[in-house]
Ligand binder design. Sequence first.
Ligand SMILES: [Zn+2]
Length: 249
Amino acid sequence: MPFLKRKGNEAQPQAPADPAATSRPGMPEEVVAQDFALKLHYAGKSSEGVRMRAGPRALEELPDMLVGFAQGAIEVVEPLPIEFGQAMPQIARPSEAMQWLHAHQDLSPVTRHALVVLESVDAIDLAFDTFACALLDGETDTSGYPEYNAIVGGVASHWDEATGDMIVRAVVGWGGRGVRGDTDRTGQKILAGILSNILGSQHALGITSVERPVPAAGRGGLVCAHCGFASGHARAFYCPKCGMRLLRG
Ligand SMILES: [Zn+2]
């Protein structure tokens, strides 16, 4: 009977270990390593800023500045409120990654790709930037995600902390598992074209050398009395979303 047989086997003393397994194997003269690598290349370009008159009204015209360059839908991404203040497109940091996904899960693949590239190279910062984005050159794969040499981007605007003026700049980016020699040149050409569109806006006052604001680390948390936006940008004088003066308590 199988039952009895199994029991009998258990009772038997263990067979002595194979002598070959206990002796130390010889170290090979040369260690053969199997190498693994992934080369990701992300790049971005930002133009100088253009100072705009009539701030909040000019916000609605951001998508118009991509006319002649957008190869599909134009999406506008607004600054992130304070609850997404730690959002980062880095999957190894789950808390930051989940904030990022919650903030951007409804965007198109093109815009999400653009945010990964441009946030990774620090060309835009959604603590204060409003970003109008589209595919500008190249192809997408069957899921709608841009190929590594496709150029994405558009215009980013923020409010100058010194004057409250709206500052708009052209921003382009590309990248992934590959590089192509002529992408940089194409990107530069598109950047110049979009800057020309920005300067052609009826609100444009001219090129300005204003620095981008640096969001202060900390709680932030001023709530805009005009639009209700809770800013994560502790030192902001102007609401990152609507550009109105923030009231301090
Ligand atoms: Zn506001």
